[in-house]
Design a protein around this ligand. Sequence first.
Ligand SMILES: [Zn+2]
Length: 227
Amino acid sequence: MITADLLGIESRSIFVIDKAFAKKDYVPLDLSKDNKVLRSVDVASSDKLGEYVNEQIQLKGGKIAFGGYLETRNIYQRSAYFNQKTLPEDERNIHLGVDIWVEAGTNVLAALDGEVHSFNNNLNHGDYGPTIILKHSQGDFCYYTLYGHLSEESLLELKIGKRFKQGEAIAQLGSSEVNGDYPPHLHFQIILDIENYLGDYPGVSSLKTLEFYKKNCPDPNLLLGLT
Ligand SMILES: [Zn+2]
Protein backbone atom coordinates (compact mmCIF):
# COMPACT_ATOMS: atom_id res chain seq x y z
CA MET A 1 0.00 0.00 0.00
CA ILE A 2 1.46 3.31 -1.07
CA THR A 3 0.97 6.10 1.45
CA ALA A 4 1.82 9.79 1.45
CA ASP A 5 4.45 8.98 4.12
CA LEU A 6 6.27 6.57 1.84
CA LEU A 7 6.39 9.24 -0.86
CA GLY A 8 7.78 11.73 1.66
CA ILE A 9 4.77 13.98 1.33
CA GLU A 10 3.78 16.18 4.21
CA SER A 11 0.77 17.78 2.60
CA ARG A 12 -2.05 16.47 0.45
CA SER A 13 -2.75 19.92 -0.94
CA ILE A 14 -0.01 20.13 -3.53
CA PHE A 15 -0.65 22.22 -6.66
CA VAL A 16 0.33 21.16 -10.20
CA ILE A 17 -1.67 23.94 -11.89
CA ASP A 18 -1.15 27.69 -11.41
CA LYS A 19 -2.09 28.68 -7.87
CA ALA A 20 -4.32 31.42 -9.30
CA PHE A 21 -6.83 28.55 -9.16
CA ALA A 22 -7.67 27.83 -5.52
CA LYS A 23 -8.74 24.35 -4.46
CA LYS A 24 -12.31 25.65 -4.08
CA ASP A 25 -12.33 26.43 -7.83
CA TYR A 26 -11.91 22.73 -8.70
CA VAL A 27 -15.02 20.73 -9.60
CA PRO A 28 -15.19 16.99 -10.33
CA LEU A 29 -15.73 15.80 -13.92
CA ASP A 30 -17.06 12.36 -14.83
CA LEU A 31 -15.85 11.15 -18.24
CA SER A 32 -16.57 7.50 -17.52
CA LYS A 33 -18.54 5.24 -19.82
CA ASP A 34 -21.22 5.17 -17.09
CA ASN A 35 -21.96 8.89 -17.51
CA LYS A 36 -25.21 8.71 -19.50
CA VAL A 37 -25.18 12.41 -20.46
CA LEU A 38 -21.84 11.88 -22.19
CA ARG A 39 -23.45 9.37 -24.56
CA SER A 40 -25.05 12.27 -26.44
CA VAL A 41 -21.70 14.12 -26.76
CA ASP A 42 -19.37 13.43 -29.69
CA VAL A 43 -16.33 12.72 -27.48
CA ALA A 44 -14.20 12.05 -30.58
CA SER A 45 -14.35 15.80 -31.28
CA SER A 46 -12.05 17.85 -29.05
CA ASP A 47 -14.31 20.90 -29.65
CA LYS A 48 -17.49 19.09 -28.59
CA LEU A 49 -15.82 17.49 -25.59
CA GLY A 50 -14.37 20.89 -24.65
CA GLU A 51 -17.85 22.45 -24.76
CA TYR A 52 -19.12 19.70 -22.45
CA VAL A 53 -16.24 20.21 -20.01
CA ASN A 54 -16.79 23.97 -19.91
CA GLU A 55 -20.56 23.54 -19.42
CA GLN A 56 -19.90 21.24 -16.48
CA ILE A 57 -17.46 23.71 -14.92
CA GLN A 58 -20.03 26.50 -15.21
CA LEU A 59 -22.92 24.35 -13.98
CA LYS A 60 -20.97 23.42 -10.89
CA GLY A 61 -19.81 26.98 -10.24
CA GLY A 62 -16.11 26.18 -10.62
CA LYS A 63 -13.24 27.44 -12.75
CA ILE A 64 -11.35 24.23 -13.40
CA ALA A 65 -12.32 20.53 -13.56
CA PHE A 66 -10.55 17.39 -12.43
CA GLY A 67 -11.04 13.65 -12.36
CA GLY A 68 -10.34 10.38 -14.02
CA TYR A 69 -8.21 8.12 -11.81
CA LEU A 70 -9.13 4.51 -12.71
CA GLU A 71 -12.06 5.79 -14.76
CA THR A 72 -13.15 3.48 -17.63
CA ARG A 73 -13.67 5.69 -20.68
CA ASN A 74 -15.05 5.33 -24.19
CA ILE A 75 -13.05 8.25 -25.59
CA TYR A 76 -10.04 6.09 -26.45
CA GLN A 77 -12.06 4.12 -29.01
CA ARG A 78 -11.44 6.95 -31.50
CA SER A 79 -7.64 6.35 -31.53
CA ALA A 80 -6.03 3.49 -33.42
CA TYR A 81 -3.14 3.98 -30.98
CA PHE A 82 -5.26 2.59 -28.11
CA ASN A 83 -7.10 0.03 -30.18
CA GLN A 84 -4.64 -2.56 -31.38
CA LYS A 85 -6.65 -5.17 -29.49
CA THR A 86 -8.13 -8.50 -30.44
CA LEU A 87 -9.96 -9.27 -27.16
CA PRO A 88 -12.20 -7.03 -25.00
CA GLU A 89 -9.91 -7.44 -21.96
CA ASP A 90 -7.04 -6.05 -24.06
CA GLU A 91 -8.88 -2.80 -24.79
CA ARG A 92 -6.92 0.07 -23.21
CA ASN A 93 -9.59 2.30 -21.69
CA ILE A 94 -8.84 2.64 -17.94
CA HIS A 95 -7.23 5.96 -17.07
CA LEU A 96 -4.20 5.88 -14.73
CA GLY A 97 -3.71 9.57 -13.92
CA VAL A 98 -5.78 12.56 -12.91
CA ASP A 99 -6.79 15.00 -15.63
CA ILE A 100 -7.11 18.69 -14.79
CA TRP A 101 -9.10 20.66 -17.37
CA VAL A 102 -8.24 24.34 -17.82
CA GLU A 103 -7.29 26.59 -20.73
CA ALA A 104 -4.17 26.27 -22.88
CA GLY A 105 -1.24 28.40 -21.74
CA THR A 106 -1.93 27.83 -18.03
CA ASN A 107 1.21 27.19 -15.98
CA VAL A 108 1.98 23.61 -14.89
CA LEU A 109 3.89 23.35 -11.59
CA ALA A 110 6.35 20.77 -10.26
CA ALA A 111 4.47 18.66 -7.70
CA LEU A 112 7.62 18.26 -5.58
CA ASP A 113 11.32 19.08 -5.68
CA GLY A 114 12.82 17.00 -8.46
CA GLU A 115 14.83 16.79 -11.65
CA VAL A 116 13.91 16.14 -15.25
CA HIS A 117 14.10 12.38 -15.87
CA SER A 118 13.08 12.66 -19.54
CA PHE A 119 10.81 14.44 -21.97
CA ASN A 120 9.35 13.80 -25.41
CA ASN A 121 6.70 14.92 -27.85
CA ASN A 122 4.46 11.84 -28.18
CA LEU A 123 2.73 12.35 -31.49
CA ASN A 124 0.22 9.49 -31.89
CA HIS A 125 -3.40 10.59 -32.24
CA GLY A 126 -4.84 10.66 -28.73
CA ASP A 127 -1.37 10.48 -27.16
CA TYR A 128 0.16 12.98 -24.70
CA GLY A 129 1.83 15.33 -27.15
CA PRO A 130 4.63 17.16 -25.28
CA THR A 131 5.37 15.32 -22.02
CA ILE A 132 7.74 15.83 -19.08
CA ILE A 133 8.69 13.25 -16.44
CA LEU A 134 10.25 14.43 -13.16
CA LYS A 135 12.21 12.19 -10.82
CA HIS A 136 11.85 12.60 -7.05
CA SER A 137 14.20 11.10 -4.48
CA GLN A 138 13.08 10.16 -1.01
CA GLY A 139 16.06 8.56 0.75
CA ASP A 140 16.90 5.42 -1.21
CA PHE A 141 13.50 5.46 -2.85
CA CYS A 142 12.85 7.18 -6.19
CA TYR A 143 9.60 7.78 -7.92
CA TYR A 144 8.32 9.85 -10.80
CA THR A 145 5.59 12.29 -11.81
CA LEU A 146 4.41 12.61 -15.41
CA TYR A 147 2.93 15.78 -16.96
CA GLY A 148 1.24 15.25 -20.33
CA HIS A 149 -0.53 17.41 -22.96
CA LEU A 150 1.87 20.36 -22.63
CA SER A 151 2.74 23.08 -25.17
CA GLU A 152 5.56 22.42 -27.64
CA GLU A 153 7.43 25.47 -26.26
CA SER A 154 7.57 23.77 -22.85
CA LEU A 155 10.20 21.34 -24.14
CA LEU A 156 12.45 23.88 -25.89
CA GLU A 157 14.74 24.94 -23.04
CA LEU A 158 14.55 21.68 -21.11
CA LYS A 159 17.53 19.47 -20.24
CA ILE A 160 17.63 16.06 -18.59
CA GLY A 161 18.75 16.59 -14.99
CA LYS A 162 17.39 20.15 -14.79
CA ARG A 163 16.17 20.69 -11.23
CA PHE A 164 12.88 22.20 -10.22
CA LYS A 165 11.58 23.26 -6.84
CA GLN A 166 8.13 22.25 -5.69
CA GLY A 167 5.61 24.73 -7.08
CA GLU A 168 7.95 26.08 -9.76
CA ALA A 169 6.46 26.39 -13.29
CA ILE A 170 7.88 23.62 -15.47
CA ALA A 171 5.62 24.03 -18.51
CA GLN A 172 2.39 25.42 -19.96
CA LEU A 173 -0.65 23.49 -21.15
CA GLY A 174 -0.93 22.83 -24.87
CA SER A 175 -3.86 23.40 -27.21
CA SER A 176 -5.77 20.62 -28.98
CA GLU A 177 -3.57 21.17 -32.07
CA VAL A 178 -0.50 19.86 -30.22
CA ASN A 179 -1.81 17.86 -27.25
CA GLY A 180 -3.03 14.70 -29.00
CA ASP A 181 -6.33 16.36 -30.01
CA TYR A 182 -8.05 16.83 -26.64
CA PRO A 183 -9.54 19.91 -24.99
CA PRO A 184 -6.67 21.54 -23.05
CA HIS A 185 -5.88 19.63 -19.86
CA LEU A 186 -3.01 18.28 -17.79
CA HIS A 187 -2.58 14.53 -17.43
CA PHE A 188 -0.81 14.06 -14.10
CA GLN A 189 0.35 10.61 -13.00
CA ILE A 190 2.54 9.14 -10.26
CA ILE A 191 4.85 6.31 -11.39
CA LEU A 192 6.84 4.18 -8.96
CA ASP A 193 8.84 2.02 -11.43
CA ILE A 194 9.39 3.87 -14.70
CA GLU A 195 10.79 0.66 -16.32
CA ASN A 196 12.75 1.65 -19.46
CA TYR A 197 10.43 4.42 -20.56
CA LEU A 198 11.73 7.84 -21.58
CA GLY A 199 9.41 10.82 -22.00
CA ASP A 200 6.42 8.50 -22.03
CA TYR A 201 4.63 5.96 -19.86
CA PRO A 202 1.24 4.26 -20.33
CA GLY A 203 -1.52 6.54 -19.02
CA VAL A 204 -4.28 4.11 -19.90
CA SER A 205 -4.50 0.41 -19.05
CA SER A 206 -6.51 -2.57 -20.18
CA LEU A 207 -8.39 -4.68 -17.65
CA LYS A 208 -5.81 -7.40 -18.14
CA THR A 209 -2.86 -5.25 -17.00
CA LEU A 210 -4.75 -3.15 -14.43
CA GLU A 211 -3.51 -4.94 -11.29
CA PHE A 212 0.09 -4.07 -12.15
CA TYR A 213 -0.60 -0.47 -13.19
CA LYS A 214 -2.83 0.26 -10.18
CA LYS A 215 0.06 -0.63 -7.89
CA ASN A 216 2.71 1.10 -9.98
CA CYS A 217 0.65 4.27 -10.45
CA PRO A 218 -1.02 5.20 -7.14
CA ASP A 219 -3.83 7.74 -6.94
CA PRO A 220 -2.43 11.23 -7.71
CA ASN A 221 -4.77 12.54 -5.03
CA LEU A 222 -2.19 11.30 -2.54
CA LEU A 223 -0.48 14.54 -3.59
CA LEU A 224 -3.30 16.73 -4.83
CA GLY A 225 -5.93 16.05 -2.17
CA LEU A 226 -8.76 16.87 -4.57
CA THR A 227 -10.88 13.91 -3.42
ZN1 LIG B 1 -5.33 11.78 -18.84
